[in-house]
Ligand binder design. Structure first.
Ligand SMILES: Nc1ncnc2c1ncn2[C@@H]1O[C@H](COP(=O)(O)OP(=O)(O)OP(=O)(O)O)[C@@H](O)[C@H]1O
Ligand SMILES: [Mg+2]
Length: 221
């Protein structure tokens, strides 16, 4: 299997509207099975958009995308991408749906076919890993911003995805929660693409760091 890109993006070109300038112009990205990539670029350069494009939530004008070497051509293909890569959104309010925390964290596991018992166990483990086991019975909309973010990360980890796409996962986290998240990520061997403005955090959880320049993804020293 070595040599096969888990996810490969070629010829990505994208602009939101015909009047706006392109965010991506012939960009490429390879994610290998144990590739842990940090993405560091200015506000508004298209980091969130990139994650939305590769999960099929935004459709680019042009892109050749493969998963395990197979072309991703339609919604069924993007569903396969989303099953392989858990996606933690930049805004937790876009990811929390249920009144009670445990229900949100069990939703993914139930959705991928775990039994009620398995889903509860996996959800409790994920909450414990994020240091918020005590919030299981809390109401999500009463949580602080940082607590909501930890719940959304737990809600993805509870599915035990092979890979992760994390959009600004440290926003709102205090030093202890950030250090804990760093430890959790460092213990996970799978591929990931992590977007963050925190360069120290990115360096701690990534093997390589990319930036965005002239509509392309470029390695940063
Ligand atoms: N739905 C949309 N329609 C039109 N323009 C959009 C839309 N979403 C984002 N944009 C614009 O596209 C650009 C890139 O947005 P994006 O959210 O991808 O940036 P980002 O790199 O994630 O920024 P940040 O660091 O602030 O999260 C911005 O200029 C933004 O205003
Ligand atoms: Mg963003």
């Amino acid at each position: 299997m070595s040599g096969i890109h888990l996810l490969q993006v070629r010829n990505l070109s994208f602009r939101y509207g015909s009047g706006s300038s392109p965010l991506f112009d012939g960009a490429s990205l390879d994610i290998h099975p144990e590739d842990q990539i940090g993405l560091w670029a200015d506000n508004g350069t298209g980091k969130t958009t990139l994650l939305r494009i590769i999960t099929g939530l935004v459709t680019p004008q042009r892109m050749d995308l493969t998963l395990d070497g197979e072309p991703v051509l339609d919604e069924e293909g993007f569903r396969r991408v989303r099953r392989r890569f858990g996606f933690v959104l930049q805004n937790p309010d876009d990811q929390l749906f249920f009144p009670e925390v445990i229900a949100d964290v069990m939703f993914g596991p139930l959705n991928i076919g775990m039994t009620e018992e398995e889903a509860r166990k996996s959800a409790e483990e994920a909450l414990a890993a994020m240091g918020i086991a005590h919030l299981a019975g809390s109401e999500s909309f009463h949580l602080s911003g940082g607590q909501k973010r930890l719940v959304t990360i737990a809600s993805i980890l509870s599915m035990k995805p092979e890979g992760l796409l994390l959009d600004e996962p440290t926003t709102g986290l205090d030093a202890r929660a950030r250090a804990n998240l760093t430890g959790v990520l460092r213990s996970l061997p799978g591929p990931r693409l992590v977007v963050s403005h925190n360069r120290d955090f990115l360096s701690a959880v990534s093997n390589r760091i990319l930036g965005i320049r002239d509509g392309r993804l470029v390695p940063l020293a």
